[in-house]
Design a protein. Structure first.
Lengths: 321, 257
């Protein structure tokens, strides 16, 4: 049985916003699965439906075999949910928060102390356990959040944007924590993120979500392997659109995208193409400052399936427009 | 049912802990009644001389009024806590657990009632220092605490319900400011019923604040227990209606999430 199974899920909010337009994916037991997409793509809505916080429109979803509509109580017992907005009581200590969370999650009273101590140790908050959460740093808060989600030893953990708003160092530390989570506990994790590199680094499999739909699903490696060719980025002087035109008809060049600063060319074999590209530009009188060659990244996967370059805030801008 | 009681108990402890951690809370709780009792006590000291004002001293008359006014205003602000929890994701975090749904409201109401009881005891003691006497004895004090707690429970339930529907601090503040003083002055908190204009006396009859003030005053004098009991029954009905309103508001919140 899949840990999570989602079929054609839709959701329209009362204000008319169509958050989901038919989302489907499966998450196997013990897998770290990522929902990757820009803000507003529908990732959080999907997780909120799976955590029984909001009702789906159409479609079905089951978590550990429990249906989100007919058996929400069954789901609540078996999941840990760590929202983007934390949800920790800032005016309580780390330990008080964990004890209360254990109590309302029906952890047997005789086990609460042991479990809380163990978790505090695991997230390295033993020393700060009796200080108010309000005094914690961003990284400490995120660690107490995750400990809260694990206090009842759930089989599935939902992490909604776990690293948003964290500084790069704290983010890297959290990645290590999540890696050890996978190693130490036989846990299924569903995480959402708008960081491409995070999805690439952490997830066994992922689904790219765009405008309320899953556009593609697979392992990061498979998704990247499916992208043909390499990416050559040429930083040029002058008009990038004009530079793009002079490269478009060359042999073994699949696609050229100008972005104002540089020209991004998708080519069959990068190393062989670079001299050819540079020569073509110089023949048109366009100087080249810098050339970089990269293997396909999730960025390219995203471009391939959605038709536009990845930008974390993309959906927000569309809404405003 | 067992989960309702254990969850309510654990959540109430959390609210009590939070209150005790606000250092200014104890200070305000202790000093505000002193200000009310001395300020109003001095300002209106001579109204007892008006014919028809049946009270030995104004402080005797005023003490139950200040107890109930403090209970009313304290609990009317209870909804601010749930708005803070909504904004910080605390409510969502709890809704994703099997926690008893009714407990989320019941714990806040229980906390308000407890807070009111503590404040009421303080004000009774202060009133006695300033010259009021509790002729109703221990039974009178317990009745006053119960009346204040019932009123506090009812208004905290309404406040939480309004908070869940509006989800904005500004709106709640505006509503409390709009209703707060009128409900206080449409009662016998400061002025004897016989000396009120007829229309105010009429409106006051339907005002839970007035029920609590009258009941508390009777309990303090220990003379008219039947009247105290009937006001208690009215307040109990008020709590049930307010409780129903807040649970419905909670349903609306969950549906619109």
């Amino acid at each position: 049985m899949d840990a999570i199974s989602v079929r054609n899920l839709t959701k329209t909010y009362r204000n008319g916003v169509e958050a989901l337009r038919g989302v489907s994916f499966n998450v196997a037991q013990g897998e770290i699965f990522g929902l990757l997409g820009p803000n507003g793509a529908g990732k959080s809505t999907t997780v909120r439906i799976l955590a029984t916080l909001t009702q789906p429109g159409d479609g079905t979803a089951t978590v550990n075999g429990h249906d989100v509509v007919s058996d929400p109580a069954g789901i609540r017992r078996s999941i840990g949910y760590v929202a983007q907005a934390s949800g920790v009581d800032r005016w309580g200590t780390g330990r008080e928060n964990l004890v209360l969370q254990a109590q309302i999650l029906r952890v047997p009273p005789s086990e609460i102390k042991r479990r809380v101590d163990e978790l505090l140790e695991w997230v390295e908050l033993t020393e700060a356990a009796d200080k108010l959460v309000n005094t914690y740093s961003g990284g400490m808060r995120r660690r107490i959040d995750i400990a809260m989600g694990l206090v009842h030893d759930p089989s599935i953990l939902f992490l909604d944007e776990p690293t948003t708003g964290l500084d790069p160092e704290t983010r890297a530390a959290l990645w290590t924590d999540l890696d050890s989570l996978r190693r130490d506990r036989q846990l299924t994790v569903l995480l959402t993120t708008h960081y491409l590199e995070e999805a690439d680094h952490l997830c066994d499999r992922l689904a790219i979500v765009d405008q309320g739909k899953v556009v593609v699903e697979g392992t990061p490696n498979d998704l990247k392997a499916a992208i043909r060719g390499d990416t050559v980025t040429l930083e040029v002087e002058g008009d990038t659109a004009e530079a793009a035109r002079s490269l478009r008809d060359l042999e073994d060049v699949y696609e050229v995208i100008p972005n104002g600063v540089s020209v991004i060319a998708n080519v069959a074999r990068g190393a062989a193409a670079i001299p050819q590209l540079v020569t073509a530009l110089e023949r048109s009188g366009i100087g080249v400052h810098e050339v970089t060659l990269s293997r396909p990244s999730l960025d390219d996967v995203y471009l391939q399936y959605t038709g536009h370059r990845y930008s974390a805030g993309a959906a927000d801008q569309r809404k405003e427009a | 049912m067992i989960t309702f009681f254990t969850d309510t108990y654990h959540l109430t402890l959390r609210h009590i802990r939070t209150t005790l951690r606000i250092p200014i809370w104890l200070f305000v709780t202790l000093t505000q009644p002193v200000i009310w009792l001395t300020l109003y006590g001095q300002l209106f000291r001579r109204v007892v001389e008006i014919p028809g004002f049946e009270a030995d001293s104004y402080i005797q008359f005023l003490t139950p009024g200040v107890i109930i006014m403090t209970a009313f205003f304290g609990s009317a602000w209870a909804g601010m806590g749930i708005i803070e929890d909504l904004q910080h994701g605390v409510i969502d975090r709890m809704l994703a657990t099997p926690v008893n749904r009714a407990s989320l409201i019941a714990a806040r109401v229980a906390h308000a009632a407890l807070t009111v009881s503590v404040q009421s005891v303080i004000i009774i003691v202060l009133g006695m220092i300033l010259g009021a006497s509790v002729q109703g004895g221990v039974g009178g004090v317990l009745a006053i605490l119960l009346l204040g707690s019932l009123l506090g429970a009812g208004f905290s339930a309404i406040s939480n319900g309004v908070a869940l529907l509006t989800r904005r601090e500004e709106t709640l503040i505006a509503i409390i400011n709009f209703f707060g003083l009128p409900l206080t002055f449409l009662s016998t908190a400061f002025m004897a019923s016989d000396l009120m204009p007829g229309w105010i006396r009429f409106l006051a009859q339907g005002n839970p604040v007035n029920w609590a003030v009258n009941g508390a005053r009777d309990a303090m004098l220990g003379q008219n227990w039947a009247s105290t009991w009937s006001y208690m029954a009215l307040l109990l009905a008020f709590v049930l209606v307010a409780g129903f309103f807040s649970t419905q508001a909670f349903r609306v919140y969950q549906r619109s999430a």
